[in-house]
Design a protein around this ligand. Structure first.
Ligand code: NAP
Length: 279
């Protein structure tokens, strides 16, 4: 199949590597010419250009740009491609994109591969990024079943796990398991850097080990992604943050009251629940 990828960074570049190794012909578009050349050099695409007209003749196009560029990219693609081209995106937020994109293009279907690393750009592209990871698709009532079938087939070829849900359900779920953790982790790092006692501050840096590494990882990542999450998933994120604040206050209250029994109960519940999320 002729597959187009717009936005040759971590996700787009990685997708290209796998699609080519599956035998697809991959055509890439990125903002910078140097990125197009790098994508060809690492084998992520067969050909690449900064010009979207190269996408004419593709059967499936995956928009892998930053969230802010997804809808403008779709608008620019529309005059370049045939009406049966299926177009999907990989944006980490779905409702605001899917609603508008579906009204612009009959064969649009939203998608979100739940895979990534802390790095960005074409240099960060890796093989098998999507293997065994969930890949959510968010069809709505008007989505063309042919588009759903095509995208699900590609997801299976990538050895990812296809999941279907409504765009809003997706946004609420990723708010609690992905966007909230970024904010919580960032506020944890901020708490540590605001330590007033310089001896304690220095010792903390020397002592920080695996626990801090795990809990600070997502808060120490690419700020651009965090801003996008807050901007495009604002309402769901606010609800998650308020719920988190409530739970934090409950813990503060228990510590103030020295209610060790209740704290034990609290931690027993969370210990039991964690494996439900991390398999
Ligand atoms: P990234 O590594 O920064 O890659 C995005 C690339 O898009 C940039 O390298 C840039 O390439 C290119 N680009 C920017 N504006 C463009 C435009 N107008 N037209 C064409 N290309 C453009 O970011 P990413 O992590 O791959 O994220 C891309 C998308 O995947 C986002 O929508 C994000 O929400 C989603 N996503 C990310 C993750 C994750 O963990 N990172 C996971 C799942 C989904 P140039 O070098 O040419 O400027």
């Amino acid at each position: 199949m002729n597959i187009g990828i717009v936005g040759l960074g971590l996700i787009g570049g990685s997708l290209g590597l796998d699609l080519r190794s599956l035998g697809h012909y991959v055509i890439g578009v990125s903002r910078r010419e140097s990125t197009c050349q790098k994508a060809i050099a690492i084998g992520s695409v067969d050909e690449a250009s900064v010009d979207l007209s190269i996408m004419a003749g593709t059967e499936l196009i995956v928009i892998c740009t930053p969230i802010a560029n997804i809808l403008p990219t779709l608008e620019q693609l529309i005059p370049q491609v045939s009406s049966n081209t299926v177009i999907t995106d990989v944006g980490s937020v779905k409702a605001p994109i899917v609603q508008k994109a579906s009204s612009l293009w009959n064969n649009f279907i939203g998608g979100h591969p739940m895979a990534g690393t802390a790095d960005s750009g074409i240099e960060a592209a890796v093989k098998n990024l999507f293997v065994k990871n969930p890949y959510v698709i968010t069809p709505i009532d008007t989505t063309n079943p042919t588009a759903i079938a095509l995208l699900e087939e590609i997801i299976k070829q990538l050895k990812a796990i296809p999941l279907r849900c409504y765009p809003k359900t997706h946004d609420k779920a990723v708010s609690s398991i992905s966007h909230l953790p970024v904010m919580v982790s960032a506020s944890l790092i901020k708490t540590c850097i605001l330590e007033a006692d310089t001896d304690v501050a220095q010792l903390s840096k020397n002592l920080a080990s695996s626990g801090f590494r795990d809990t600070s990882r997502v808060g120490g990542g690419n700020p651009e992604l965090g801003i996008m999450m807050a901007k495009y998933n604002r309402q769901a994120l606010l609800e998650s943050l308020q719920s988190y604040q409530h739970n934090l206050e409950e813990l503060i209250n228990l510590v103030e009251k020295e209610d060790w029994e209740q704290i034990d109960e609290y931690l027993q519940v969370t210990k039991k629940a964690r494996p439900l999320f991390i398999k």
